[in-house]
Design a protein. Structure first.
Length: 323
């Protein structure tokens, strides 16, 4: 660890515990929910939030926090939106064949990130007029900086388990155990496609089923930043779209439940220039992950289509529609 790097300097800034959600809204009522236009943004770039409130035409706020150590408080307030006037967005339609729930919400607020911001995991805390809250989680990258470590957030896995809306009536994920509503092409209720263009369930991070930033990552991130490791952040979607960037780092951190990989992700970890450890573990990786077809669509999110391998079969990486 370097004695001084951007992470060390960042965590000397004044922190706050106000990033913690106090009173959670529900998916069933939808007092306030939202999702981002992308899983990550390079610092200095824009990211758009799609927000719905119920009832409509009420004021709400968005406070953006970076998560780290910050004297043990865990977060730093980066920007506040001021008072915004909310709208109740349409119900998200479900594809009758695939079960994919994809929201088509209008943009509500565009966040202009600053070039001075440090790469990290950020939370947009949404608060409605009644004080009910929800999160939007996203990553701020620093594409121009080469750090010792690259932290990869496993958003594909979170989306696979995400059964928004978490109402025990209509929500769907790639899993039967937390899917509801009408049967799909599978013969059961689970979806074969899920979209990033929808909120995460429950608190907005996917916490309903323990597959979320708070379930798997937050304590590691806070410890890592307290320890002063030289790290920059990305998501597995970034690895999918630009796997060659992994060669810029001495180590890649895959933290928590990193289960779903596309063929481009898998291949990126096996490139000839990768550390020897990654090459040795590539075969082990093939037997430990599920593979999916993840086609990123610009400018908004993308979709994830997953195939669960038959019991006893080793999953092989592939990049084609997986029904």
């Amino acid at each position: 660890m370097a004695q001084s790097n951007p992470i060390v300097i960042e965590n000397q800034q004044p922190g706050t515990s106000q990033w913690r959600l106090s009173t959670k809204g529900t998916d069933a009522v939808g007092q306030i929910k939202g999702y981002a236009s992308a899983t990550s943004v390079n610092k200095g770039g824009n990211i758009t939030f799609h927000v719905s409130v119920n009832p409509a035409a009420q004021n709400y706020t968005i406070d953006v926090y970076r998560i780290g150590w910050y004297q043990g408080l865990g977060g730093r307030l980066m920007q506040s939106s001021g008072s915004l006037i909310g709208v109740q967005q349409p119900t998200c339609p479900t594809d009758a064949t695939t079960g994919m729930i994809e929201c088509q919400w209008a943009p509500a607020y565009t966040l202009a990130t600053q070039t001075s911001w440090t790469s990290g995991i950020y939370l947009a805390l949404l608060t409605n007029a009644q004080g009910l809250q929800n999160y939007i989680v996203f990553v701020v990258r620093d594409d121009s900086r080469v750090a010792a470590l690259l932290y990869q957030q496993p958003v594909a896995t979170y989306q696979a388990y995400n059964d928004y809306p978490f109402d025990s009536a209509t929500g769907k994920s790639l899993y039967e155990f937390n899917s509801y509503g009408a049967n799909t092409v599978t013969g059961g209720k689970r979806a074969v496609k899920v979209s990033f263009d929808r909120p995460y369930d429950d608190d907005g991070t996917g916490a309903a089923w323990g597959q979320s930033f708070f379930s798997w990552e937050v304590n590691f991130v806070r410890w890592m930043e307290k320890s002063g490791y030289d790290v920059t952040y990305s998501t597995d979607v970034d690895t999918h779209t630009d796997g060659a960037r992994l060669l810029n780092y001495r180590g890649i951190l895959s933290v928590g439940h990193d289960e779903y990989w596309s063929r481009p992700m898998f291949d990126a970890f096996g490139r000839g220039g990768q550390p020897r450890l990654l090459r040795r573990q590539r075969d082990q990786l093939a037997s430990a992950v599920r593979v999916f077809d993840h086609r990123c669509a610009e400018p908004r999110g993308g979709l994830l289509q997953g195939r669960h391998p038959r019991p006893g079969r080793r999953p092989e990486p592939e990049n084609r529609p997986l029904a």
